[in-house]
Design a binder for this molecule. Structure first.
Ligand code: UDP
Length: 328
């Protein structure tokens, strides 16, 4: 298939592009390089630099290429920033998607995979969190993904655009061959920040709260490997050929505390990694773990990385070989 990947120069997008190309698909990466990296774009992909907020860029893209499907990663992703700069998120994430959908429906694209999030589930009634959980975004970022899922329902009903919304829990790790990985600026995520201490780029890691109602008092998260997430996109693209739209929660199904993650990073790197207790971070929930039974049973998704140490090892390989990320 000919697939448009918006945000294909970003962390998860670049790993998905790799699998699409290995699977024989033709890929066009559309990215404004605001957060993505040119060096992360697969050499066999066609790269179009452009912005979803610029209708001319989108018109030129669709005039030059025909697409069987779209995978949409391009968006701002920081929960905290979305609460201080809400209009940045609402404008770019929502209006950018609207521009894309308008072009997609005008050009009769029939398949759409949405990069969605666990940030849809604020204060869940049950953990592990299944697709039956009430959608209740706890941030403007989460709201933009909620709106995206809602918009897609109407696109399906009116234009027959079949979609799959994939709600990632904590994406982490890197391609096992070490050529692509995570490079955010600023970096806010636990695993890369902890590994930067092992690299000597930071003095210590702050633990945001140790008085939560969890066994060791620190927050529990579901760390899912980026290659497993990428595999889910390939399965979803195939699955919606049957004409049914879908929504899936993606995690490894196991939760690890902040302290367990830091301990694992120590074991993998052999570095002492000093940790200090700090204030709780606003908006953090004590426990976020996915129930991914549905995608496993419906699409046969079988994550290869169920072991935190193996996940961190791939991240460490990337960070230790590229201490300055793609700038290297
Ligand atoms: N965290 C932390 N110190 C840091 C960064 C993150 O203690 O420097 C904690 C954070 O409070 C959360 C967990 O690590 O409980 C995972 O945070 P991350 O930002 O990686 O992902 P999120 O769960 O927010 O999507």
């Amino acid at each position: 298939m000919a697939i448009l990947v918006t945000g294909g120069a970003g962390y998860i997008g670049s790993h998905v592009v790799q699998l699409l190309i290995e699977g024989g698909h033709e890929v066009v990466v559309f990215d404004n390089l605001y957060a993505g990296h040119r060096a992360a774009i697969h050499k066999a992909a066609t790269f179009v630099q452009g912005d979803l907020m610029q209708p001319d860029d989108i018109d030129a893209l669709f005039a030059a290429h025909q697409f069987d499907g779209i995978m949409h990663f391009a968006s701002h992703i920081q929960v905290g920033e979305s609460m201080t700069r809400p209009f940045k998120y609402l404008r770019d994430n929502v209006a950018g998607l609207l521009n894309l959908l308008q072009a997609a429906t005008a050009h009769d694209v029939k398949r759409f995979i949405l990069s969605s999030t666990a940030a849809l589930f604020d204060d869940p009634a049950r953990v592990p969190i299944s697709e039956d959980e009430q959608l209740n975004p706890g941030s403007v970022y989460g709201e933009t993904k909620y709106m995206a899922e809602r918009l897609l329902r109407w696109m399906d009903e009116i234009y027959g655009l079949k979609y799959c919304a994939l709600r990632y829990f904590n994406a982490c790790g890197a391609h096992p061959d070490g050529h692509i990985g995570e490079d955010h600026d600023p970096e806010t995520h636990l695993i890369p920040l902890t590994l930067k201490v092992a690299l000597g780029q930071r003095d210590q890691i702050s633990v945001f709260g140790d008085d939560y109602d969890t066994p060791d008092g620190t927050c529990i998260r579901d760390y899912v490997h980026v290659m497993d997430l990428a595999q889910a996109h390939i399965l979803a693209l195939e699955a919606i050929r049957d004409g049914q739209s879908r929504r899936y929660n993606l995690g490894s199904g196991r939760g690890f505390s902040v302290l367990e993650v830091i301990e694992t990073c120590r074991a993998v790197t052999g570095h002492a990694i000093p940790a200090v207790m700090a204030e709780r971070r606003a908006g953090d929930l004590p426990r976020l773990v996915a129930d991914s039974t549905r995608i496993k049973s419906e699409l046969g998704w079988s994550p290869q990385y169920d072991d935190l140490e193996a996940i961190v090892r791939t991240a460490w390989q990337w960070h230790s070989q590229h201490p300055d990320g793609y700038a290297d």
